[in-house]
Design a protein around this ligand. Structure first.
Ligand SMILES: [Zn+2]
Length: 380
């Protein structure tokens, strides 16, 4: 079992179970089409809606009398609901490797779909992600299968929720020199927000001062902000004063190792949330966590966590000996937003406590995390 889950995913192709490290997860593709429908819009426009379990990544091409929406890393066979009065006659889904091509037979030529007429909607109510395409009859489309590059990228500012762990009555762990986890992580969170804002991300802090927040509330902030990434910042303590180093965690019901399990129990203890009881979480979140979504979120979180560990390693920040990514049932990560819990270092280690207090080291951590966020592929 020395194969990392990440490597395993890369090798797995279709239908291979991920080595039992995350037992419920058998990745074939990261995304699935859940439904498709067409409808007539005002001004004679046609609307095509493709509902997917995760944020879709797509390309559009226009072969003769057709429009093909090619969805990366996607599977699915659904019967489209077609409205009779649109420009789309018929829709067939064709699996091509890890791509799903949604082929729409058209009643006539259409104009290339402009950026402004493509929307990706985040899940809400009974709906999952939706790719919404509006188009009209026209003559502007080349007949040679030319890709509409203009439609490929949707201008979007990615949203990141930064969670400074603990706060208020809950100090988190405390170093021998008296440094409190809640203070260190708030300072790092604020610095991180400033840097990410500066390069164009839209960021929110779960707390910006010394207040107590329940774990469920933190997760809910990420949901309500429709965050693309959730980063929960913590610092660690270990009975052995020698133990030092950062570690990165993602959510799983089963911990990767005993240490990770204990850590999750400690971090969850603040709300007295057991590893399996999440009753406090809002109905919205509990309902939203379909197994399909969990799979997609788990995979994206794993990708981010790998980016994060790599950036920390590259910055020569000491890593807690062991795997680069661990997982455990952290309550705060339980949402539909991909993310990771980062233990920045050990306050129980005297020299690391000193580092964690210092601006220079905090800035170093922030730079590494910023790099990891820049490396993360949001466009999925
Ligand atoms: Zn903590």
């Amino acid at each position: 079992m020395k194969v990392s889950r990440r490597a395993c995913l890369k090798m797995s192709g279709f239908g291979v179970v991920a080595m039992g490290m995350l037992p419920r997860v058998a990745f074939a593709a990261r995304n699935s089409v859940l439904s498709m429908r067409t409808g007539a819009q005002p001004n004679g426009k046609t609307r095509l809606v493709i509902e997917t379990s995760a944020r879709p990544s797509y390309d559009i091409s226009y072969p003769q009398n057709q429009m093909v929406v090619s969805l990366s890393n996607t599977t699915g066979s659904v019967t489209p609901k077609l409205s009779g009065d649109t420009l789309i006659k018929n829709i067939t889904s064709i699996q091509n490797g890890d791509k799903l091509n949604v082929v729409a037979d058209l009643r006539g030529a259409i104009s290339p779909i402009e950026k402004s007429n493509v929307m990706i909607l985040s899940p809400n109510g009974d709906n999952e992600y939706r790719l919404v395409l509006d188009f009209a009859a026209g003559t502007g489309v080349a007949q040679s299968g030319e890709t509409a590059k203009s439609a490929k990228t949707v201008t979007k500012k990615y949203t990141i929720v930064i969670d400074a762990g603990h706060g208020g009555k809950d100090p988190g762990c405390i170093g021998k020199g008296g440094t409190k986890e809640k203070t260190v992580v708030l300072s790092v969170a604020k610095k991180l927000k400033k840097e990410l804002d500066a390069i164009g991300f839209k960021t929110y802090l779960t707390r910006s001062d010394d207040t107590f927040l329940k774990l469920a509330d933190r997760a809910e902030i990420a949901e309500k902000r429709h965050a693309d990434l959730f980063l929960s910042l913590h610092a660690n303590a270990n009975p052995s004063r020698q133990t030092r180093g950062y570690s990165v965690y993602t959510l799983s019901e089963k911990a990767s190792d005993e240490e990770a399990q204990k850590l999750a129990e400690t971090e969850n203890a603040v709300d007295r949330i057991g590893v399996s009881g999440f009753a406090e979480f809002s109905k919205e979140i509990r309902v939203a966590l379909s197994s399909l979504q969990q799979r997609a979120v788990a995979e994206l979180s794993q990708e981010y966590a790998a980016d994060c560990a790599r950036a920390m390693d590259n910055a020569s920040i000491t890593r807690l000996p062991g795997p680069n990514i661990r997982h455990a049932p952290f309550a705060v990560l339980r949402s539909t937003v991909p993310g990771a819990l980062i233990e920045l270092g050990h306050l129980s280690n005297a020299s690391e406590e000193k580092l964690l207090k210092s601006d220079a080291h905090q800035n170093k951590l922030v730079r590494a995390i910023v790099k990891s966020v820049k490396n993360y592929d949001f466009d999925v």
